[in-house]
Write a protein that binds this ligand. Structure first.
Ligand code: PHE
Length: 347
């Protein structure tokens, strides 16, 4: 470069290049890179102009320097101004993208919970566990002896028809009652005994309130001097826990081959308080379970001296309690795992 005219041409060219170049830029990062091609202390085009100073005659050097510095200031201001604009737009965009609507209702986290049958089973275990009962898990397949014969239901006894049992072979069957557990416990443990045995039971029975598979809980106490009073006291606690403090029980005579005397246990209607309603069919009472004093023959079948010891036993259908408690009129609803139903069944 020889003179100021040539410099002016270069300055105008650079200005044009900047003015047109920034139009293409879309973000502050690109602007920064573009700015460097002009103002970088080593490779920048404007700084390169300054280096031409050495070729300029001395009397023009001051003017030359002034012009280049003006260009430098102009470019610097232009880039700064654009940088502010672009960064503002970028942060606005970022806020827009990351905006949180704090008035939006929270997404509720769905928590799993226990099935109503399991809840009722656990409540029973809680009540009787607090009275010192142990839980005994029994088999689902037994031979006839444990499910029937030892429970004083001999071959050809009409009581065998009471429950339609599923036979797997002439000798083996799916248990039709948790009472089978009584025999195993009494064969293996010496009194005093207090056991609970929850389990699935199977019967050829199928309608709105019966299912071929359902859950029972057996209770057995064997000790000296056990009477129906002990049974009533324990069952009163059971119904209070499941149906509420205001409920009580009533015992009615019944028949089971393995208990003598046998009773059918009713709970006072928790819906109407005993006045009579649709649930209790106007009677004020609802039948909930079977129970009795263990038949001496059953104690003796298990090698327990029936002169020294007596026992009480009860067997309760857990689905039946759950249906009453939650107002369910079809047992199948408890097995279909329809979340819309299950979500409504809770304490
Ligand atoms: N096992 C009887 C039933 O399934 C219930 C029961 C158990 C009755 C214990 C008396 C004593 O119906």
């Amino acid at each position: 470069m020889q003179d100021l005219n040539e410099l002016k041409v270069s300055i105008n060219a650079i200005k044009d290049e900047i003015v047109n170049g920034v139009k293409e830029l879309t973000n502050s990062k690109a602007l920064y890179e573009f700015k460097k091609t002009f103002l970088d202390s080593k490779a920048g085009k404007i700084n390169a102009l300054m280096k031409e100073m050495k070729n300029i005659p001395n009397e023009m050097k001051a003017e030359f320097g002034k012009n280049v510095n003006e260009l430098k200031t102009w470019a610097g201001e232009k880039f700064d101004e654009l940088d502010v604009q672009m960064k503002e737009a970028e942060s606005k965009q970022r806020y827009e993208n990351e905006k949180i609507d704090i008035t939006m209702p929270a997404v509720k986290c769905k928590c799993g919970k226990l099935h109503p049958v399991t809840q009722v089973r656990n409540q029973l275990i809680d009540v009787f566990g607090s009275m010192g009962f142990e839980v005994y898990d029994n088999f689902e397949i037994e031979n006839e002896y444990y499910n029937l014969t030892a429970l004083n239901i001999p071959q050809d006894h009409p009581a065998r028809d009471m429950q339609d049992t599923f036979y797997l072979s002439p000798d083996y069957l799916l248990i039709s009652q948790t009472s089978a557990a009584q025999i195993h416990v009494m064969e293996n443990k010496k009194p005093p005994l207090k056991i609970l045995s929850p389990g699935k039971v199977f019967r050829s029975d199928d309608d709105a309130t019966h299912s071929p598979m359902f859950t029972q809980m057996e209770g057995l106490v064997v000790d000296k001097g056990i009477t129906l009073c002990d049974l009533k006291g324990m069952l009163d606690l059971l119904v209070k826990k499941i149906f509420g403090e205001g409920t009580t029980t009533r015992l009615r005579p019944s028949y089971f081959p393995f208990t003598e005397p046998s009773v059918e246990v009713d709970v006072s209607c928790f819906e109407c308080g005993g006045k009579g309603c649709r649930l209790c069919k106007g009677t004020g009472w609802i039948e909930v379970l079977g129970a009795g004093i263990v038949n001496k023959k059953v104690l003796e079948n298990c090698g327990i001296d029936s002169e020294e010891y007596s026992g009480l036993a009860f067997g309760v259908g857990i689905e039946r309690l759950a249906m009453l408690k939650y107002g369910i009129n079809n047992i199948k609803l408890l097995y279909e795992s329809d979340l819309r139903v299950l979500e409504q069944l809770d304490d």
